[in-house]
Write a protein that binds this ligand. Structure first.
Ligand code: ADP
Ligand code: GN1
Ligand code: MG
Length: 365
């Protein structure tokens, strides 16, 4: 059944909409699968309501989205690829725009659904993680010459870890739900690492860490894999493409993928950093980036894994303190569970740091 007729009629979908339904496991946007019948052909689309609390400038965001997808399309075509599968394709509205603003002020966009594809919340085969490293490394390489000044910053200070700490302290001071008293250990865990959080900002200020055009949300379920070959086809979730540090794209993938459990597993005995997956991703990412990283960037890869995992855990914890207004939850204390899970990984990585450096050195040669 088409539960969103007032929205779907605004887009140039081909055929008649026969059903719409919620889709995927993203924490931010509201994602729907739209199925249309066009004669005997079935056409699938993704329709998303952009989360306005998270993205304050949806029109600016959609400007980025259109620029980046057009840029990627040209690059993919130039190398003889299939642009309809290897990047997202926006479906225009009936009045020729890239997004639709409904009568309540909500923003919607639609893209072609990439058929015969899967996304994963957990690594299913080690080879898959290696391939995702190649794909994200290559994605950065593809965007190396993209004119960064054309992009709006869709979330200001998105991976500015010291600023995330400041926001965490604000949430803690406000303690609007009265939850702080019950989580002293988690709060102490974050506070003990405040010094470390400055590492990249300091290196950048000293001219040692360049800003590049980065994806900024490189978790495994933001890649679509071909159902038949198992190979990555398309990088999705382009909402946070903006200037950032290349190493954070690496780190965020490790955070989500180089673990033995899902991001919200509550049994922490099952949550372990998997250094063999780390190694596979290092190999893939460096191959995909094809020599595009500086020595300093490569040297920071292990710290980036810790930084992104710590920052994400801290963001989950801040959201728990704030009353779960940012990340979508589906149970009580969901964000607290996610934070504990991330902190367990941080502890594991801190212990494994010398070994992680050795691995990076091996592949950097
Ligand atoms: P969020 O920002 O909420 O994470 P995403 O853009 O990542 O939203 O979409 C959520 C999920 O929907 C993805 O993990 C993926 O499984 C699926 N998805 C999104 N876009 C497409 C597409 N064009 N084709 C197929 N699946 C898609
Ligand atoms: C969010 O949008 P999604 O679900 O792919 C978040 C990321 C977090 C991630 C944690 C815009 O990603 O920063 O790392 O959840 N995206 C935004 O799973 O905040
Ligand atoms: Mg996503």
């Amino acid at each position: 059944m088409n539960q969103l007729p007032h929205i779907t009629k605004a887009f140039t979908f081909e055929g008649e909409v026969v059903s719409t339904g919620l889709y995927g496991n993203g924490h931010i946007n509201e994602t729907h699968l739209v199925i249309c019948k066009d004669g005997d052909k079935e056409r699938h689309y993704i329709l998303q309501k952009i989360n306005k609390r998270v993205f304050k400038d949806p029109a600016g965001l959609m400007g980025n989205y259109a620029l980046v997808t057009e840029y990627l399309r040209a690059q993919i075509l130039a190398r003889g690829g299939d642009a309809l599968r290897e990047t997202l394709t926006l479906v225009k509205t009936v009045d020729g725009k890239n997004f639709y603003e409904d009568e309540t002020g909500e923003f919607w966009r639609a893209t072609l659904f990439i058929v015969e594809s899967d996304s994963f919340d957990k690594v299913e085969r080690p080879e898959q993680f290696y391939q995702s490293g190649v794909a994200f490394g290559n994605f950065q390489a593809l965007l190396r010459d993209f004119p960064a000044e054309k992009l709006v910053e869709t979330i200001v200070n998105f991976h500015n870890t010291p600023d995330r700490f400041r926001q965490f302290k604000e949430a803690l001071a406000a303690d609007v739900k009265g939850r702080a008293a019950s989580i002293p250990e988690e709060i102490a865990f974050v506070e003990a690492r405040e010094g470390f959080m400055h590492l990249f900002e300091d290196a950048h200020a000293a001219g040692k860490l360049p800003l590049r055009v980065t994806h900024n949300d490189t978790k495994l379920n933001n890649i679509l894999f071909d159902k038949h070959t198992g190979k990555p086809i398309c990088i999705i979730d382009l909402d946070t493409i903006m200037p950032g540090y290349a190493i954070n794209d690496f780190g965020d993938s490790i955070r989500f993928g180089a673990t033995t459990a899902l991001e919200d597993e509550t049994d922490l005995t099952k949550v372990n950093f998997d250094i063999s997956l780390f190694e596979l991703y290092v190999k893939g990412f460096l191959e995909g980036a094809a020599g595009g990283l500086t020595e300093t960037e490569i040297g920071f890869l292990p710290e980036a894994a810790i930084m992104m995992t710590l920052e994400c855990g801290e963001r989950f914890l801040a959201d728990h303190l704030q009353g779960d207004t940012y990340f979508r939850i589906s149970r009580e204390n969901h964000n607290l569970d996610r934070a504990r899970n991330q902190f367990k990984l941080v502890s594991d990585m801190e212990k494994a740091l010398p070994e992680m450096h050795k691995i990076v050195e091996k592949y950097a040669k």
